[in-house]
Design a protein around this ligand. Structure first.
Ligand SMILES: Cc1ncc(COP(=O)(O)O)c(C=O)c1O
Length: 349
């Protein structure tokens, strides 16, 4: 049976060209800085994101954690939006490994409200932890791949400079945001001190992320990468995939995923009983609410899977669909028909 996987963009596989380049890549021990492709990828990523230096890590989670640890001391407090991936989905690493307190702040669409950020910064007082970092996320996972407006980043940057507190950006899907905005990614990274970008999501590399920032910060992050188990030795094959992932052509391709998500969103929104806020479909995510009395996400997803279409629950009555290069336009049309079939089968029961 046809299988259409709309669960996440992490399911992407390296294409033929990527595999070819990978297996021809020279190898060396990256812990001794002797893997030529890792060095090339790190230099390329730093240049692309307009930061002094970059390092390659096995995952986005490790990239974020190494960043938090490099910006802070144990016992410090960091400001994080309440639904940020760093707080909600990284296994509590900031607290457990980083020894950090998290001050959660609210904000529309995952962007911490600048005035709340400023109010949350601790005064210099012997009783308080030191506020040492502000975290942002763009695109925002929990709010459905939504893109943050740049003027909010500018406002938060002003606060960060006023209080001398750096900003780390969880940019797992930062290139999706740049493509949506029609801007160079550096128009976003100029507002932050450090940024983590995933290579293994929409960009299609099998493994890895890059963390970019000032030279002194990256020097610390390198030590933490090693401490966390991210010294991976002969990384050249993975880094060759990372270099293809960061090519302009590959980044430009994300537009297709966004277009497919829009088609999916518009067609789902046209089905009676399904609501999709089309103004919030910015990139490759579609969050759909199913307003039928019978609807229970796990049961619906099971019925959908029986037709070969896979998605994930985003709440009791909500489903998340994520497009990627593994999903063609025809697949999207097939998925829409499958949703219609499941809904009409339930109605005729
Ligand atoms: C916004 C965001 N940040 C960080 C990560 C962590 O990346 P990884 O799965 O490579 O650890 C993810 C993963 O889905 C994510 O969505």
């Amino acid at each position: 049976m046809r299988r259409i996987d709309l669960r996440r963009d992490t399911i992407t596989l390296p294409d033929g060209e990527m595999r070819d380049k990978a297996f021809k890549a020279p190898l060396g021990d990256s812990v001794y800085d002797e893997d030529p492709k890792q060095r090339e990828l790190e230099d390329y990523a730093a240049e692309k994101l307009d930061k002094e230096k970059a390092i390659f890590l096995p995952s986005g989670t490790m990239g974020n954690l190494a960043a938090l640890m490099s910006h802070t001391e144990r016992g410090d407090e960091i400001i994080v939006e309440e639904n940020a991936h760093i707080r909600a989905s990284e296994t509590g690493g900031a607290a457990c490994i980083g020894g950090l307190m998290i001050k959660t702040v609210t904000g529309k669409d995952g962007i911490p409200d600048p005035s709340i950020v400023e109010r949350s910064i601790r005064p210099d007082n012997i009783h308080y932890p030191k506020t040492s970092l502000i975290c942002l996320e763009n695109t925002h996972y929990r709010y459905g791949g939504i893109v943050s407006p740049l003027d909010k980043f500018r406002e938060i940057r002003t606060i960060s400079e006023k209080h001398h507190i750096p900003i780390h950006l969880d940019g797992a899907r930062l290139f999706n945001a740049a493509v949506y905005l029609g801007k160079r990614v550096t128009e976003i990274t100029r507002f932050v001190d450090s940024v983590m970008v995933s290579l293994s999501k929409g960009l299609g590399a099998p493994v890895g992320s890059v963390l970019c920032g000032p030279e002194s910060f990256i020097k610390k992050a390198k030590r933490y990468r090693k401490m966390l188990g991210g010294g991976m030795r002969q990384t050249g094959w993975l880094c060759a995939c990372g270099l293809s992932a960061l090519s302009e052509e590959n980044i430009g391709r994300l537009k297709e995923d966004h277009h497919n998500a829009r088609i999916l969103a518009e067609n789902l929104a046209a089905i009676q009983g399904i609501t999709v806020d089309l103004t919030r479909v910015h990139t490759n995510f579609v969050l759909a609410s199913f307003e039928y009395p019978w609807f229970e996400a796990p049961i619906f997803l099971q019925s959908l899977a029986s037709k070969g279409v896979y998605a994930t629950s985003a709440g009791e009555k909500a489903v998340r669909f994520v497009t990627s290069k593994e999903v063609s336009r025809e697949d999207v049309l097939y998925a829409i028909d499958a949703v219609k079939e499941v809904v009409s089968e339930r109605f005729s029961e």
